[in-house]
Design a binder for this molecule. Structure first.
Ligand code: A3P
Length: 320
C-alpha cells in the first residue's frame, strides 16, 4: 500500500489510487481483507453503488422485500426493524463489516444474505465476480446523475465532517474541508471515494449487459419515477416476486410507503440515532429529488462535468 499514489480528495481525506480508482486511504485495507475472507453463497444479494446515489433507499427496499414474511411492512404503529434501525445497520457494507478480517461477521448472517458495497466491480472479491454459474450470488447496482451525486455528497459532508474527522484522526490524516468549487474540481478529477463515478458505473453497466441475470442495473431517477414498479423488479431479481395475493393485499404499496424518504426521515432512529460506524443517521436523508444540482452549480460547472462524463463514456452504451 505505501507504494500506491496518494492525493487529497473529496470527501476531504487522504486518498490512495488502486486499480484505477481513488479510495479513502483508511478503508483500502478492508477491501483487501474482504478478498481474503469473503466466501459468497449462491443466494447472496450484493447491493452495489457509488456513494450518494441511493444506497440507503435500496437497502431499505431490498431488506423489506426480502424479509417481508418475517417482518411484514406493517401499517403505521406496528413494529418493523426499519422503525428501530438505520438501513445501514440492517444491510452492512462488505468492505466495512469485517474490520477484524477473520470473515466471521459474514458467516453469521443467515441466508439469503443481503450485503452492500461501494467497491468498483473490478475490485470486488474474485469469488463474487469470477464465475457465471450462480455461485457468486447476485448484484444490484443503483446509479445516479453525477451532478446530483456531487451535490448530495457536498451536503452530506457538511453534516458529517466533524464525525468523519474523529474517525480520520484514528485511521488516517484528513485534509482541510475544501470550498464547493475545490470539491467540485476534485470530483471532476475522479478524486472522490471510489471515484471516478462514471468509471465505477460503467463497470457495473457492462457487467449487467454481459450477465443480466447476475447484475441488475437500476437508476435512482427511475426509482423516484415509479417506486412500485422498481420494487417489483427488485423483488423478482432477488427470487422473491410478489404473489397476486400480496399485490391484492397492498404489500407493494406498504413497502414503498415504509421505505419512502418521508417515512424514514421522520423516524426517531433516523432523526437522532447514529449508525454502528458512528455516523449520524439523519445525514443520509435530505430532499431526494432529481435536478437539485441546478440550485448549487453554475451552468458552466454542469456543462464541464457533463463533458467529462460524455468523453469518458464515448464508445459505450451507458448514458446518465
Ligand atoms: P439528496 O442528498 O440528493 O437528497 P446514499 O444513500 O447513497 O448515501 O444517497 C443519499 C441520497 O439518497 C440523498 O439524496 C438522500 O436524500 C437520498 N435518499 C435517502 N433515502 C431515500 C429514500 N428513502 N427515498 C429517496 N431518496 C432517498
Amino acid at each position: 500500500m505505501p507504494s500506491l499514489p496518494t492525493a487529497p480528495g473529496f470527501p476531504p481525506y487522504r486518498m490512495r489510487r488502486y486499480g484505477g480508482f481513488w479510495h479513502i486511504d483508511m478503508y483500502l485495507k478492508f477491501i483487501c481483507a474482504s478478498h481474503a475472507c469473503f466466501r459468497p453463497r449462491p443466494t447472496d444479494v450484493l447491493l452495489a453503488s457509488f456513494p450518494k446515489t441511493g444506497t440507503t433507499w435500496l437497502k431499505a427496499l431490498a431488506f423489506s422485500a426480502l424479509n417481508r414474511a418475517a417482518h411484514p411492512p406493517s401499517p403505521a404503529g406496528a413494529d418493523h426493524p426499519l422503525h428501530r434501525n438505520s438501513p445501514h445497520d440492517l444491510v452492512r457494507f462488505l468492505e466495512l463489516a469485517d474490520q477484524d478480517g477473520d470473515g466471521l461477521i459474514y458467516e453469521e448472517v443467515p441466508s439469503p444474505r443481503l450485503l452492500a458495497t461501494h467497491v468498483p466491480y473490478s475490485l470486488l472479491p474474485h469469488s463474487i465476480t469470477g464465475t457465471d454459474d450462480g455461485s457468486g450470488g447476485r448484484i444490484m447496482y443503483v446509479c445516479r446523475d453525477p451532478k446530483d451525486t456531487f451535490v448530495s455528497f457536498w451536503h452530506y459532508h457538511e453534516k458529517t465532517t466533524a464525525t468523519l474527522q474523529q474517525m480520520a484522526d484514528v485511521g488516517g490524516a484528513s485534509e482541510a474541508m475544501p470550498t464547493f468549487e475545490e470539491a467540485f474540481e476534485l470530483f471532476c478529477q475522479g478524486q472522490s471515494a471510489e471515484g471516478p463515478q462514471w468509471r465505477h458505473t460503467l463497470e457495473y453497466w457492462e457487467a449487467s449487459c454481459r450477465s443480466p441475470d447476475k447484475v441488475l442495473f437500476l437508476r435512482y431517477e427511475d426509482l423516484l419515477l415509479d417506486p412500485p414498479g422498481s420494487l417489483r423488479k427488485i423483488a423478482a431479481f432477488m427470487a422473491c416476486p410478489f404473489s397476486p395475493e400480496e399485490e391484492a393485499a397492498g404489500v407493494v404499496r406498504d413497502i414503498v410507503e415504509l421505505c419512502s424518504l418521508g417515512t424514514l426521515k421522520g423516524l426517531e432512529v433516523n432523526r437522532r440515532g447514529s449508525t454502528m460506524l458512528g455516523l449520524k443517521n439523519d445525514a443520509f436523508f435530505r430532499n431526494g429529488t432529481v435536478g437539485d444540482w441546478s440550485n448549487c452549480m453554475t451552468p458552466a460547472m454542469a456543462a464541464r462535468l457533463d463533458g467529462i462524463v460524455a468523453e469518458a463514456l464515448e464508445g459505450s452504451t451507458l448514458t446518465f
